[in-house]
Ligand binder design. Structure first.
Ligand code: PRP
Length: 214
């Protein structure tokens, strides 16, 4: 039997992904050992894993270098890759929001926004240019996006809000919610056909586990 290859997202999602996989009987021992090794295997289940930057996970899956992946919906919306999103894994839940200074609250419809700072330029473009039909300049940042309205780089930001703590501590508020975000299971289009039995059985096991936790 060939190995099924699974791409997991480094960072916030990694530990939660491993917890869930272990609950459905996948051995992640090797993966949890801190080493510089890049590929890990569960010989019994014939699965091999690797950790990649979240934005790269859909790339590996689209090209078939990984059959399956676990990644945030934020990354999927931003990257727009050709693959199947088969299951909402429900963990790492947060919201993609437009946020800005408190004095803009309730004024989104009358406000003229000229600049939007974000780590998610495609999501921001879709929301402002297509949904709201506003011609705004989208400024791509790499992190700490909440800084932008504080120092006058942009009027508003598009960013993830989990607890709301970062916004609150910086005098910012949610002005609109764009999408509900959480971890998703993604599958390569060809693998879904060629390995349908194994992949479907994994989906069923994962779904059962997620429902148990609800
Ligand atoms: C994320 C996000 C917000 C923050 C939201 O940033 O971009 O800044 O977490 O979480 P909260 O609502 O619970 O405060 P991250 O920690 O990934 O850092 P970064 O912005 O520097 O990428």
């Amino acid at each position: 039997m060939r190995y099924l290859t699974m791409a997991l997202s480094k960072g916030r999602l990694a530990e939660l992904s491993i917890d869930l996989l272990e609950k459905v009987g996948i051995d992640c021992t090797e993966l949890k050992q801190k080493s510089r090794k890049l590929i890990f295997t569960d010989e019994k289940n014939r699965i091999r894993f690797f950790l990649a930057k979240p934005a790269d996970v859909p790339i590996y899956v689209e090209y078939g270098a990984a059959d399956i992946g676990i990644v945030g919906k934020d990354t999927l919306l931003e990257e727009g890759r050709n693959l199947y999103e088969v299951l909402n894994l429900k963990f790492a839940a947060c919201k993609m929001c437009v946020a800005g200074p408190k004095d803009l609250e309730g004024k989104m419809d009358t406000l003229t926004i000229t600049r939007v700072a974000t780590k998610y330029p495609e999501i921001a473009k879709e929301y402002f240019r297509h949904k709201r039909r506003e011609s705004v300049e989208i400024i791509k940042l790499s992190g700490s996006v909440e800084l932008a309205p504080l120092v006058g780089l942009s009027e508003v930001i598009v960013d993830l809000v989990e607890t709301g703590k970062t916004l609150k501590e910086n005098g910012l508020v949610v002005l609109d919610t764009i999408a509900d975000i959480s971890a998703r299971l993604i599958v390569n289009r060809v693998s879904m056909k060629m390995e349908s039995e194994r992949i479907n059985s994994l989906i069923i096991d994962l779904r059962r586990e997620i429902e148990k936790e609800e």
